[in-house]
Write a protein that binds this ligand. Structure first.
Ligand SMILES: Cc1cc2nc3c(=O)[nH]c(=O)nc-3n(C[C@H](O)[C@H](O)[C@H](O)COP(=O)(O)OP(=O)(O)OC[C@H]3O[C@@H](n4cnc5c(N)ncnc54)[C@H](O)[C@@H]3O)c2cc1C
Length: 239
């Protein structure tokens, strides 16, 4: 599929964690690209005279009281200093320009409406599609199991806690692979970790998963083999 690219300009860049930036972009011309929840777009930029394209998932600031976008698009982007593309994001300044494609992806939020319990399983920057759909699940019992190396890697930790405090239907559980704290569960994704949060009586439950490819594969395997989720009640966010 041939994608159309439009010029966007940087209106804000902030540090989100020690290695993740919150980048806000606005269209240069009066295009208003509406990106449906859970869809992603491609960002095109030039680095060292090479044109590079990478996929990113727009988010909406949590607790902003809105569940739709205005013309600004917000991104949470992890910087890999040895990466091909993201050093360009690290160097962005207000007024710099990037090109953004049409949206792509196969997620449909309407699919979730028939379920009474949603499990969201994310790792690292995999939180982006999850954070985008969260405000739209209002009132449906929702549990987020969020895997990171340490607490300092948690993206939007405060925002997610605040969202949970003001929405009793939403619970968040952080799991750290390189940090053990008395109050927190530690380890990688496993049956033992998931069974602390995924309860029996799952007939009407749906699960969304987003993380690196091996994480997604393991989550899908565990959900179907050990927790009885059918393929139609699991959505894996991937490119
Ligand atoms: C649908 C989709 C949505 C996405 N949404 C987001 C989002 O919202 N936010 C976000 O931050 N990211 C997101 N990503 C990831 C993003 O597209 C890029 O892959 C990421 O930003 C890495 O870019 P990079 O070119 O700088 O790093 P890369 O050059 O890809 O390198 C990343 C890291 O992997 C290592 N590496 C590279 N190649 C290899 C190899 N062959 N073997 C071992 N290690 C290797 C590098 O050393 C580096 O540490 C998404 C990806 C997809 C597919």
């Amino acid at each position: 599929m041939k994608l159309t690219y439009r010029k966007y300009t940087v209106t804000r860049v902030e540090n989100c964690t020690h290695d993740t930036k919150h980048v806000v972009l606005e269209p240069v011309y009066s295009t208003h690209l509406v990106v449906p929840p859970g869809k992603h777009i491609h960002i095109r930029g030039e680095r060292e005279e090479l044109e590079l394209v990478r996929s990113y998932t727009p988010v909406i600031p949590l607790n902003s009281g809105t569940d739709s976008e205005d013309s600004e698009l917000h991104f949470l982007i992890k910087i890999y200093m040895d990466g091909a593309f993201t050093p360009l994001i690290d160097d962005l300044k207000i007024g710099d320009e990037l090109e953004l494609s049409d949206y792509t992806g196969d997620f449909n939020i309407n699919k979730l409406k028939e379920f009474s319990q949603i499990y969201l399983i994310a790792a690292g920057t995999g939180i982006t599609p999850i954070a985008r759909i969260l405000p739209l699940l209002s009132g449906v019992k929702t549990t987020l199991i969020y895997f990171n190396k340490t607490i300092k890697d948690v993206i939007w930790g405060k925002e997610l806690s605040l969202f949970s405090e003001s929405n009793s239907w939403f619970k968040i559980h952080n799991v750290f692979s390189q940090q053990s704290e008395e109050s927190q569960l530690s380890g990688r994704i496993s049956k033992q970790v998931l069974e602390k949060f995924i309860y029996s009586g799952r007939e009407n439950a749906f699960s969304c998963v987003c993380g690196p490819i091996p994480f997604n594969q393991e989550a899908e395997r565990l959900l179907s083999q050990d927790f009885g989720f059918s393929s139609s009640s699991i959505h894996i966010f991937q490119g």
